[in-house]
Ligand binder design. Structure first.
Ligand code: NDP
Length: 327
């Protein structure tokens, strides 16, 4: 089969289209013909060496497709089933092995692209607003990178739960997308002279001086200071990623001086730890999509062979919504 391997830690140039033997499902696994693979920041962290990985490795962890074979001991997934997944190593490929317990059943009225776009970013948005800092009616929340994959979904889910959502974005086009997702106020943080002080000042202006209840920050290094300073007393900062780079060490005393603040660094695996929780989150998302209550934007779909271009675009802030690879 054809697959995209990262040959060694490095930039997008280390990605190569290669021919490798078809993988085989082991006990508890299914083999899936990939319809679309999701491109995520975690793929770039692994490719670059930020998250340790063996090299070479076939990149990717998310996608959708049809089950073409099942291994021993698989009882609840069958050949011909349409499935999606967020955590199967080697998903930038024509075929991938997925643990049956990690498969998400895809409803008939959800297409392959949407099914591949939703698992990782959708379940992340879902756990952030339902479990990390549950969003309740009347709250003010701040979402960074509001036109990104997680950002667009997070905004819609937080608005659906009754919050007023403020977002940050890098361009006028992204501002438009973020507003369409439900953001009441969109701040172009790239145009601020001093992000660390100007952004919190703007947030306080928009919240009558109070600050927001919650900040959802997947940008990290460049926004962290502004995020902390945008919170009201007892507010919570969910630092869920570092698109701009990792955040340096923080003195816990700052949470005191900021107003008894909460800081967490959550990750999806801990919020989908049981099959029951995984199916609950995915089920709510697929149901919302099928009912027209959640819009999933696929901003770009690249042929598999152009995976390096997809990584360049994602890391270069040139994407909106979801980026897919089509084998
Ligand atoms: P996005 O589609 O949001 O892309 C990242 C966006 O971040 C860019 O488009 C850009 O938007 C903004 N950004 C700001 N500064 C930079 C920079 N220096 N370099 C690159 N981008 C920058 O990506 P995802 O939705 O896939 O992921 C968002 C974050 O969520 C990532 O940090 C990712 O690691 C994290 N994540 C965490 C999970 C978890 O469970 N913890 C699971 C899934 C994702 P703009 O131009 O508007 O500034």
């Amino acid at each position: 089969m054809r697959a995209i391997e990262a040959l060694a830690p490095g930039g997008p140039d280390v990605l190569r289209l290669v021919e490798v033997p078809d993988p085989e499902p082991g006990p508890g696994d299914v083999l899936v013909r990939v319809a679309a693979a999701g491109v995520n920041f975690i793929d770039t962290y692994r490719r670059s060496g930020l998250y340790p990985m063996p090299f070479p490795h076939v990149v990717g962890s998310e996608g959708s497709g049809v089950v073409v074979a099942v291994g021993p001991d698989v009882t609840d997934v069958a050949v011909g089933d349409r499935v999606a997944w967020s955590s199967a190593p080697g998903s930038y490929a024509e075929l991938v092995v997925v643990a049956a317990q990690d498969t998400l059943p895809v409803p008939d009225d959800v297409d392959d692209a949407t099914a591949a776009a939703l698992p990782l970013q959708g379940m992340t948005a879902h756990y952030l607003v339902t479990s990390t800092f549950p969003v309740t009616p009347g709250q003010d929340v701040l979402v960074h990178a509001g036109a990104g994959g997680v950002g667009l979904l997070l905004t819609q889910l937080a608005v659906a739960r009754g919050a007023r959502v403020l977002t940050t974005v890098g361009t006028p086009e992204k501002e438009e997308l973020s507003r369409a997702a439900g953001a009441s106020d969109v701040i172009r943080y790239t145009e601020l002279a001093d992000l660390a002080t100007d952004l919190p000042a703007r947030v306080r202006e928009l919240t009558g001086g109070a600050g927001v209840h919650t900040v959802f920050d997947g940008v990290g290094r460049s926004t962290f200071e502004a995020s902390l300073a945008s919170l009201r007393p007892r507010g919570g900062l969910a630092l869920f990623g570092g698109a701009s780079g990792p955040v340096p060490p923080v003195d816990p005393q700052r949470l005191n001086s900021g107003g008894s603040l909460y800081l967490t660094r959550p990750t999806l695996a801990h919020y989908t730890a049981t099959r029951e929780e995984l199916l609950w989150r995915a089920g709510e998302l697929f149901t919302a999509v099928a009912a027209g209550g959640l819009d999933v934007r696929v901003g770009a779909a690249y042929p598999l062979a152009e995976a390096a271009d997809a990584h360049r675009a994602l890391e270069g802030r040139a994407t909106t919504g979801k980026v897919l690879l089509l084998p």
